[in-house]
Design a protein around this ligand. Structure first.
Ligand code: FAD
Ligand code: NAI
Length: 467
């Protein structure tokens, strides 16, 4: 069988690349080792975690906020099995959607482990061990990432879990210890805190959500503390021992081994990052270069050092985000079809889907300072926003950072209800090189949370009206 393009991996990078390439007239096949399409994102990542985040947030609202809005209900209860069933049906709906899209776009799907034999040749090994060799003009590697292990801690996906096990625990644990205050730790930590677990988060650095703007990180930590999450910053987990049904976890200061303490817990979630997944792909034999972190090295057009072999998504450098992988999938498909594919890495939003949400695009204040760029900052709190008051969602703020000389917006950071939706007006503005004055002079509907974005922009180049 011969194709214009074979994509290995059907996560958001791979499936989007395949669809776009087929839309542009290429003859496309995908190879996927899992039984379902959609990769980490649809099966064990973005989608199932958001299903649980939403369901647990609804429980939290019913439990604590309905009464403040004048709604009386009997005390809500968690039906964990039903919540899991909701999550599973959301996964199924999404993965079968990809199957439909492959058929619609005449993309041939081969289920099995893909291995690059050489440029133009991919071997697919089916579950029964049989192999097929496919021929193609181009190969795109989109094999994604896998859980980063923590030395000394063995993940069994039952009581010591990665995000994968944390999405399907048998029951809501009384105590959960999370290693890593990154996106996974805080999202899944929030889920279980809302459902009644006592959650302790151990983080190596002295702040949560490391790369986020420090202002946002501080405010967000305060909010999570109010929700019951406990934090041990500048600390590391060095061991976990099972004692009956309890796990004894050793926590040490990040700086040294002195004063280790033991924390008892029922479940440990290891969430210290992810690493590129290239196992079994045969890249060394095919001569494809990896960097010192195991990522496939590409040029600006996603081409590896071997002609005809490209790579995108979590398996290459850059933020490990589904939308970054998708955009790279589109770009490489366009390049292979003779067009000018491109991703603007300056404008890739990041969203943490907790309650409230955290959203960010562009540079943080710390990055601007480090780069010696002079900037103006404008901030507006949701406590001064009418819609936020009506919804009892007044926690948080919007911060706009603009170049001191040109007023071009360089970064926008939001912590608050709906931040993950609001951030996109900042993305569009930044794509067009817009200024804080452009944003502040754009008419925003009233009453909306987005008015806080406009007010923060006003605070950057002039003065906000409602503060
Ligand atoms: P993947 O989605 O990892 O897909 C790779 C695919 O390749 C897999 O299906 C795998 O089976 C297949 N594969 C690997 N090797 C082979 C082989 N040799 N042969 C055949 N097939 C192979 N990102 C966001 O932007 N928003 C979120 O809300 C978000 N939430 C997340 C929550 C969790 C719990 C996790 C773990 C991740 C989350 N992410 C989120 C990150 C997101 O899932 C990844 O960035 C994204 O899935 C990367 O896409 P990808 O296509 O590069 O790889
Ligand atoms: P992460 O990189 O976001 O956070 C890992 C955290 O663990 C860091 O704060 C790090 O300092 C800390 N850490 C590392 N080693 C440690 C140790 N030994 N002890 C204590 N703390 C330690 O990684 P995470 O949360 O595992 O997520 C993986 C990837 O998945 C991320 O790149 C993220 O982009 C993506 N993701 C995105 C989501 C979103 O966009 N909403 C949701 C979930 C995951």
């Amino acid at each position: 069988m011969s194709y214009d393009l074979i994509v290995i991996g059907t996560g958001p990078g791979g499936y989007v690349c395949a669809i776009k390439a087929a839309q542009l007239g290429l003859k496309v096949a995908v190879v996927e080792k899992n039984k379902t399409f959609g990769g980490t994102c649809l099966n064990i990542g973005c989608i199932p975690s958001k299903a649980l985040l939403h369901a647990s947030e609804m429980f939290e609202q019913a439990n604590h906020n309905f009464e403040k809005l004048g709604i009386k209900t009997s005390k809500p209860k968690v039906d964990w099995k039903a919540m899991q069933a909701h999550k599973d049906s959301v996964i199924n709906g999404n993965v079968s959607g990809i199957e439909y899209l492959f058929k619609k776009n005449k993309i041939e799907a081969h289920i099995g482990l893909g291995r690059v034999l050489a440029a133009g040749k991919v071997e697919v090994q089916a579950e029964d061990g049989s192999t097929t060799i496919l021929e193609t003009k181009n190969i795109v590697i989109a094999t994604g990432s896998d859980v980063m292990p923590l030395p000394g801690i063995e993940i069994d996906e039952k009581t010591i879990v990665s995000s994968t096990g944390a999405l399907e625990l048998e029951k809501v644990p009384s105590r959960l210890l999370v290693v890593g205050a990154g996106v996974i730790g805080l999202e899944l930590g929030s889920v279980y805190a809302r459902l009644g677990s006592k959650v302790t988060v151990v983080e190596f650095m002295d702040k949560i959500l490391g790369p986020m703007d420090a202002d946002v990180s501080k405010q967000f930590q305060r909010m999570l503390k109010k929700q019951g999450l406990q934090f041990k910053l500048s600390s590391k987990v060095t061991g976990a021992v099972k004692k009956g049904k309890t796990l004894e976890v050793t926590v040490e200061p990040a700086a040294g081994e002195a004063a280790a303490e033991t924390i008892e817990t029922d479940v440990v979630l290891v969430a210290i990052g992810r690493r590129p997944y290239t196992s079994g792909l045969g890249l060394a034999e095919a001569g494809v270069a990896l960097d010192d972190r195991g990522r496939v090295v590409t040029d600006a057009h996603y081409k590896t050092n071997v002609d005809g072999i490209y790579a995108i998504g979590d398996v290459i450098a850059g933020p490990m985000l589904a939308h970054k992988a998708e955009d790279e999938g589109v770009a490489v498909a366009e390049i292979l079809a003779g067009q000018a594919g491109h991703v603007n890495y300056e404008v890739i939003p990041g969203v943490v889907y907790t309650a409230p949400e955290v959203a960010s695009v562009g540079k943080t204040e710390e990055e601007l300072k480090a780069a010696g760029i002079k900037y103006k900052a404008g901030k507006f709190p949701f406590s001064a926003n009418g819609r936020a008051k009506a919804m009892l969602e007044t926690d948080g703020f919007v911060k706009v950072l603009a170049d001191a000389e040109t007023d071009r917006v360089l970064g926008v950071h939001i912590v608050g209800f709906g931040a993950g939706e609001m951030i996109h007006e900042a993305c569009v503005l930044m794509e067009f090189g817009g200024s804080s004055e452009d944003l502040g002079r754009t008419c925003h509907a009233h009453p909306t949370m987005s008015e806080a974005v406009k007010e923060a922009a006003l605070a950057t180049f002039a003065k906000p009206i409602h503060m």
